[in-house]
Design a protein around this ligand. Structure first.
Ligand code: ACO
Length: 388
């Protein structure tokens, strides 16, 4: 039986590379110019000036908030940080030793199961669900860390910002202003990024008129892979494997001869350096300066960036300096990808709202290249071993 191509003359765009499937008002990922814009504002303008709270408002509500709107938004986010006792109880009964992204995916799914309004798709209800998830995800991650380390539980502090409260819940003491602004910059830079794989998964899910929680669960499941969100954890593991600046060159040569990938390098859309990378590098460098005993992680990163560029002309992406940045903030390496999810919760939710506001089922085609005209053989007449 010879595979026969379909009669269609359709061209296959593997991985949907270069295909525009929708319009969006949320962000412009300009691969040729290496620029990223959130609703008209360059990330170069936003980072360090607008907080994650302001940026999440911008993405979900369409404009930068006034002082009054921001006060109300902050208060609303802060008031939804705590996890319900039933969710906390369920969290402590789940396996804690496996992939934290699988844990996050499961708990968000449980939150959807518990929400009586989960199946409703009205914009005000969707926005409310989005606020809940943005507010609760940092609490969920910090609580997971406390549960698995058998540390005492800590409730969120409503007087702290989104970033400061996460660091407080993770470490149990007040973060410094530089730690808070570093994490805030990270959250801002990772809040939104067009039709990346996880956002596309979220939009595809809700385009069937499923629900917001299902869309977010699909996004988390998609972000989990090392070619997407898990590259930040893999990048840190790579830095640890290198271990010292003088080991960078041998590592690069070995990786090239083994035909392996450098994690945190390369991008499907950006033709040069990811526009988020220089900001993350600056923040990681500032944190390294405050943590001289651990400065080698930044030094190894910088040397590796140069060596990979020299050897393969590959640029860094968002995940590369996210690794040392999060490490300097004391985030456990396997929680780096959940931190990405925490930041992206705003972008995913805004995309779900945008998709449902002008919905069309997402249903691409595939070019059939399997056999045709096969003759059916009844079970009792088939050979004992397969013929192909
Ligand atoms: N290390 C080594 N070589 C690479 C890398 C890398 N990180 N990225 C791309 N290449 C090479 C490939 O080997 C290939 O070379 P070849 O043509 O000689 O075979 C060429 O560049 C093109 O690679 P593709 O895989 O076709 O590029 P694609 O656009 O599909 O890949 C991706 C993009 C998946 C991000 C890729 O660069 C990669 O695997 N990077 C490492 C993982 C990573 O950092 N992912 C995070 C991306 S950002 C994000 O999702 C948040």
């Amino acid at each position: 039986m010879n595979p026969s191509p379909s009669s269609s003359s359709a061209q296959v765009h593997k991985g949907l590379e270069g295909i525009t499937v929708s319009e969006t008002r949320l962000s412009d990922v300009d691969g040729a110019r290496c620029q990223l814009i959130y609703r008209g504002y360059s990330i170069d303008e936003l980072v360090g000036k607008a907080s994650y709270e302001e940026v999440s408002y911008l993405l979900l509500c369409g404009h930068l908030p006034t002082r009054q709107e921001l006060q109300e938004w902050n208060a609303e986010l802060a008031s939804h940080r705590a996890l319900e006792p039933e969710v906390l109880q369920a969290m402590s009964s789940l396996p804690l030793a496996n992939n934290p992204m699988a844990y996050l995916r499961t708990v968000i799914s449980l939150m959807g199961l518990r929400d009586p309004a989960a199946e409703q798709l009205d914009p005000p209800i969707l926005r409310q669900q989005a606020i809940h998830l943005i507010a609760k995800t940092p609490t969920l991650i910090a609580t997971f860390e406390r549960l698995r380390r058998k540390r005492p539980m800590l409730g969120p502090r409503p007087t702290l910002s989104h970033a400061a409260n996460f660091l407080y819940m993770l470490h149990g003491d007040d973060p410094s202003p530089s730690q808070t602004s570093a994490l805030d910059a990270y959250f801002v830079l990772l809040a939104e990024h067009g039709f990346n794989a996880s956002t596309f998964a979220a939009r595809t899910t809700v385009a069937t008129q499923s629900d917001l929680y299902s869309g977010i669960v699909a996004a988390i499941a998609t972000l989990k892979g090392p070619l997407h969100g898990a590259a930040n954890t893999k990048a840190m593991e790579m830095l640890m494997e290198i271990g010292a600046v003088e080991q960078v060159e041998p590592y690069v040569q070995k990786t090239l001869s083994d035909h392996k990938r450098f994690m945190g390098f390369g991008h499907r859309v950006y033709k040069g350096e990811d526009p988020r990378a220089k900001h993350l590098k600056r923040v990681a460098q500032e944190l390294a300066g405050l943590n001289r005993a651990e400065a080698r992680w930044f030094e190894i990163s910088e040397r590796l960036q140069e060596a990979v560029w020299k050897a393969k002309k590959l640029s860094i992406n968002v995940d590369f300096y996210s690794a040392s940045l999060l490490y300097y903030l004391g985030v456990p390496v396997d929680l780096f990808t959940p931190m990405f999810a925490c930041a992206r919760m705003a972008g995913w939710s805004a995309h779900i709202l945008e998709q449902l506001a002008d919905n069309r089922l997402i249903r691409p085609l595939a070019l059939y290249v399997g056999p045709r005209d096969s003759t059916f053989v009844p079970l009792d007449q088939r050979p004992a071993t397969p013929t192909t």
